[in-house]
Design a protein around this ligand. Structure first.
Ligand SMILES: Cc1ncc(COP(=O)(O)O)c(C=O)c1O
Length: 370
């Protein structure tokens, strides 16, 4: 199959900076508050806490930084184990390793692609400190059984909601379902700050530890209470974030409309399977993702190449984290559901600026290839 690369005309998830972003950035510049002090940081934190219906939010420089400080604030130490889904973006497990602890991988539910609670129970050992479920592609993980396991074994429950801003689980916002949660504001996310992240929690002690850890571990100026980092968010990033947050309903509705359009056109096709949604939840529909049947005339990679040749950008579903070279010692353990989904899964263009015509173009190309 020889296919020439075309210019990308339909990106997988471009940011939509359609609110007061420029006005707020101008305020940063004219006031000179461009570093990590300024009016927008607190405003963004307060607004985001409100979205998640929690008491505290701590803005940091990336979702990975949010994971790192949240795990430390939850007491993760060298020698501890933290249960993570293997089907996720690599930062979920990487942050556990950054704490000197061990990520223990668990397979996913073949329908929802999220961590399978029954397998979580089996993975608990005397060294398990907590679990880190991911709301994959915006679909909330099945939190009720995970909460029950956390209670039974006295484990912490940290939500990796990096992809799930505004999603709800049984009517409750993600971010409010465990001891704490983290979000990412990377450029392709539901809302962005360029690079950025947030820890949210109802526990003021966890929040204040995270706030210290993001600022060199200081509890007062030049007074280091614990070893920390420079994970501060800038006022300029928060200015973009606040403008995005003001329009989050629009961002979510656009992504959900995309998902509905793809499902209306492709669900039920004998060679296509969608990530299954629980009707009592509301996904953020971060990236609409499909599985290409093994019986299809093209592989997932061939389909992606054909779409790219037509100017359509896609992403393969994340490789299971345990298959990465740095986890070579775990590669022998099979995680069949994650491996199957990862081998056949493709994330379709899903950004807020897509038009119905764009979606029709993507659908047309997919159908022509299958
Ligand atoms: C599930 C998940 N966790 C963590 C992260 C890390 O966020 P960041 O890239 O902002 O560091 C991401 C980023 O894409 C993610 O998808």
């Amino acid at each position: 199959l020889s296919i020439k690369k075309a210019e990308i005309t339909i990106p997988v998830a471009a940011p939509a900076l359609v609110g007061r972003e420029l006005e707020y950035l101008q305020r940063c510049v004219t006031s000179t508050w461009v570093s990590s002090l300024g009016e927008f940081i607190g405003a963004f934190e307060r607004g985001f806490a409100q979205l998640c219906q929690v008491g505290c939010a701590v803005a940091v420089s990336a979702g990975t930084a949010a994971l790192h400080v949240a795990l430390l604030a939850l007491g993760v130490e060298p020698g501890d184990e933290v249960i993570v889904p293997t089907l996720s973006y690599l930062a979920t497990a990487g942050a556990v390793v950054m704490c000197g602890a061990t990520p223990v991988f668990v397979d996913c539910d073949p329908r929802t692609w999220n961590i399978d609670p029954t397998l979580v129970s089996e993975a608990v050992t005397p060294r398990t400190k907590g679990m880190l479920p991911v709301h994959l592609y915006g679909e909330p993980a099945d939190m009720d059984p995970l909460c029950a396991i956390a209670d039974e074994h006295e484990l912490f429950l940290l939500e990796d909601a990096a992809q799930a801003h505004g999603a709800t689980y049984r009517g409750r916002p993600v971010g409010s379902l465990g001891d704490a949660a983290i979000f990412s504001f990377y450029g392709n996310k539901v809302i962005t700050t360029g690079e950025g992240g947030m820890v949210v929690t109802d526990d003021p002690e966890i929040a204040s530890t995270c706030a210290q850890l993001r600022n060199q571990g200081q509890d007062a100026r030049y007074h280091v209470a614990r070893h920390g980092f420079n994970y501060r968010m800038t006022n300029t990033a928060a200015a973009i974030g606040l403008a995005q947050l003001e329009r989050i309903d629009w961002h979510l509705e656009r992504r959900r409309e995309n998902a509905r359009a793809y499902r209306a056109a492709l669900e039920g096709h004998r060679l296509i399977e969608f990530q299954q949604k629980d009707p009592s939840n509301a996904s953020s529909d971060w990236l609409t993702s499909i599985l290409i049947s093994e019986e299809a005339p093209v592989s997932r990679d061939e389909l992606a190449a054909r779409l790219e040749a037509a100017g359509i950008q896609t992403r393969p579903v994340f490789p299971p984290i345990h298959t990465q070279p740095v986890y070579a010692d775990r590669a022998a353990v099979p995680f069949p559901n994650a491996e199957r989904i990862s081998a056949r899964g493709l994330s379709l263009p899903s950004g807020a600026l897509l038009t119905q015509q764009d979606i029709a173009t993507v659908v047309g190309e997919v159908l022509e290839s299958l």
